[in-house]
Ligand binder design. Structure first.
Ligand code: ADP
Ligand code: MG
Length: 298
């Protein structure tokens, strides 16, 4: 798979404060990446360095396999890292046409991108009349005018109402479904969970995890089970080789696993031991629980 951005051992100091410590990661074409971390963890600094607006202290990064100069490569990158800023007295359409003029892009792209972000109806309204959500959508349209290889967004839903948040997330998913690589920074777990395929967890400038959102936890999940005879149920489950430990909670038995076990296998095992279950559900910890687990280890 083609590498879009490669970052190796990046360090950043602001005076005495070390904002990034040996940050390394790879962005591959076609995936949706989230940089997830609490405020101050170094997300914006990381994006700023890759976009050449913040100076690194040490380390390396390269765009598109290092085949071109950074300023050339950045022409293939669409980024929104600050609050969207357009001319307030000009319409949405006029603002985008101006961007086309400056960047030498065909005006035909304006309609296409307005449609994509759902602003066709409001194309002739002045920017100053737009809600924050609409301004953000216009910024996304603007960043996409030249059909970039990758779209970079820093906290794209900050300050928006629930409907605005939903619209932005839908648009991001739509852009991704067309094959554009996406890198977004967010302090919101559920945002990363809903939008991203891959995640990089940052805490105080240190990478705690990089990989699939689904693979963030090493744990195999757990079962929630119920039967009439709880003590017998617990005793029998304890004899299963996949069982790590058992917890009784509000009339239910929670079975934590040390290796993968499917619900039907557990069901068959218990049935063969004359136990009939009233309830059987397999669960995995939410990303939030996994995230807390990760950050508490440090
Ligand atoms: P995030 O985007 O995850 O909230 P930032 O990258 O903005 O984190 O900040 C990381 C750390 O670097 C924070 O402790 C922040 O206060 C500090 N920092 C960011 N920018 C500057 C700056 N221009 N000067 C000094 N410290 C900064
Ligand atoms: Mg930030």
């Amino acid at each position: 798979m083609e590498t879009i951005l490669s970052v190796k051992n990046l360090n950043k100091r602001y005076g005495a404060l070390q904002a990034l410590k040996n940050v390394s990661f790879e962005i591959k074409k076609g995936n949706v990446y989230g940089i997830l971390g609490p405020n101050g963890s170094g997300k914006s600094t990381t994006l700023g360095i890759a976009l050449n607006v913040v100076n690194k202290t040490s380390g390396e990064y390269s765009w598109f396999g290092g085949t071109m100069e950074t300023h050339q490569a950045l022409k293939k990158v669409g980024a929104i890292i600050e609050r969207p800023n357009f001319y307030p007295y000009m319409t949405a359409k006029e603002n985008l046409e101006l961007v086309c003029k400056i960047k030498g892009i065909n005006y035909a792209k304006v309609n296409e991108k307005l449609e994509l972000v759902g602003l066709t109806d409001r194309q002739n309204s002045k920017f100053s009349t737009f809600s924050l959500g609409m301004k953000q959508r216009l910024a996304i349209a603007s960043a996409l005018l030249n059909d970039p290889e990758i779209l970079i967004l820093d906290e794209p839903t900050n300050g928006l109402d629930p409907q605005g948040i939903h619209q932005i997330r839908d648009i991001i998913k739509q852009i991704a479904s067309k094959g554009t690589t996406i890198l977004l920074a967010s302090h919101l777990l559920d945002e990363v969970e809903k939008v991203c395929t891959h995640v990089l967890v940052l805490q105080k400038g240190v990478v705690l995890y990089t990989g699939l959102v689904d693979g963030m936890s090493a744990n195999e999940g757990f079962f929630e089970v119920e039967a009439d005879d709880i003590p017998n149920l617990m005793m029998v489950i304890n004899t299963h080789p996949a069982t790590k430990n058992i917890v009784q909670e509000q009339g239910k038995v929670l079975v934590y696993l040390k290796e993968n076990l499917e619900a039907k296998e557990l069901n068959r095992f218990l049935f063969e031991k004359n136990i009939v279950l009233n309830h059987l559900v397999k669960r995995k910890n939410s990303l939030e629980e996994q995230f807390l687990e990760l950050t508490q280890k440090k």
